[in-house]
Design a protein around this ligand. Structure first.
Ligand code: CP3
Length: 345
């Protein structure tokens, strides 16, 4: 007996047979829904929303009510970790995250700590998870998440978004000892943070490695995968999903992680990914989010093409990265309905 009215995603992760593929969208909470923007504009900004559990829970449940997805993802941000470690951030309208202080040397490491009471500093996250679980009332499972250590390192050293993250990358070569020390600290806090989310009720956790694609295979093995692997080894309570965007070169290595699901982006061919990763993991993805700017019939046919490539049962339908903010929610619904109407054979 399942605790959920809809447990398609959990069954799929375990490799059990289901009648149809589960579907949800990365960045479904926030961004696209007018209902989200209404909540957001009643507050001072993004951070207040993240830090107000009642409102965070409300926008987490919106996509379940309005779009009909098979899982909720808790409304928060990966950047709560640097902040808890001692580097506060601001979310600047139309620009993105900005950090007043950054880490660029061994001496700078004194600005941050991994010896922190995570449950106290990030208390608003488990609180939001508990409220969300109450509101979901067993309808669908809830996904918790974190940034992968390398991706968090990018923001802590660069201090803002970037196309190349060249300040972050150069540190790996200039000061590998400091880089490893910071990655180790981020990993320690992240493991505690994920356990906190799981204790509060997260049914699955996803690790977002948004910037793995800018490293070479050698650097990713040393500075990226190593720490993702430590997180996977430490989390045994619930299934773990690893989404290493752009790490097409690391798919065989990703297969050896102690995680149940691997996210793939739209650059990665589904059938090739299945061959490289093997049959023992669930794959999640990978429609190009820009397909949702096409007309309805194109969205339908491209979604069906994706589903036809899945080949076996162990797939979760999703986009290959987050849904773009200016996507029409009706187009998102078309994607979701196409998946729901597609019978597995
Ligand atoms: O998936 C969800 O809907 C849950 C909520 C969620 C947010 N951020 C809310 C958010 C999740 C899972 C994230 C993850 C996140 N945050 C990542 C990894 C995923 C990815 O897209 O690669 C990264 C790199 C960040 C850091 C971040 N947060 C950036 C670069 C920005 C600005 C640009 C953007 O993505 O909108 C944010 C802001 C942010 N995080 C918003 C939301 C809804 C938009 C802020 C707003 O409403 O003003």
């Amino acid at each position: 007996m399942s605790d959920y009215q809809n447990d398609l995603i959990l069954k799929t992760i375990k490799g059990e047979k289901t009648e149809r593929y589960p579907v949800w969208l990365m960045r479904q909470a926030g961004r696209i829904l007018p209902e989200y923007r209404a909540v957001r504009s009643s507050l001072s900004g993004f951070k207040e929303l993240v830090e107000t559990p009642e409102r965070a829970a409300e926008v987490t449940v919106q996509p379940v009510d309005i779009l009909g997805v098979d899982a909720a993802i808790i409304f928060s941000d990966i950047l709560v970790i640097p902040e808890a470690m001692g580097l506060p951030y601001q979310m600047i309208e139309k620009k993105g995250p900005w950090f007043e202080n950054t880490i660029n040397s061994m001496e700078d490491l004194a600005k941050v700590s991994d010896q922190i009471d995570v449950a106290d500093r990030l208390a608003y996250v488990p609180e939001a998870i508990k409220l969300t679980k109450k509101e979901l009332n067993g309808r669908v499972p809830l996904i918790g998440f974190c940034g992968a250590p390398w991706t968090i390192f990018c923001y802590m050293t660069e201090g803002e978004g970037s196309k190349t993250f060249s300040k972050a990358k150069r540190l790996l070569f200039q000061d590998p000892a400091m880089s490893h020390k910071l990655l180790d600290m981020i990993t320690n806090v992240t493991i505690k943070y994920l356990k906190l989310q799981i204790e509060a009720g997260a049914d699955i956790v996803q690790i977002f490695d948004s910037w793995s694609g800018i490293l070479s295979p050698t650097e990713y093995a040393e500075f990226g995968m190593k720490y993702v692997s430590r997180i996977c080894d430490a989390i045994n309570e619930v299934p773990v999903t690893v989404f290493a965007k752009g790490a097409y070169y690391a798919r065989e290595d990703l297969a050896s992680l102690k995680c149940q699901t691997i996210g793939i982006d739209w650059n990665m061919d589904i059938e090739e990914s299945r061959r490289l990763i093997g049959e023992d993991k669930t794959l999640q993805g990978n429609l190009d989010p820009c397909v949702l700017f096409a007309d309805f019939s194109t969205i339908e046919s491209k979604t069906k093409n994706m589903l036809n490539s899945f080949g076996n049962q162990r797939h979760i339908a999703n986009l290959g990265h987050g849904v773009y903010p200016d996507t029409d929610p009706e187009k998102v619904k078309c994607f979701i309905e196409t998946v729901k109407g597609f019978a597995k054979n």
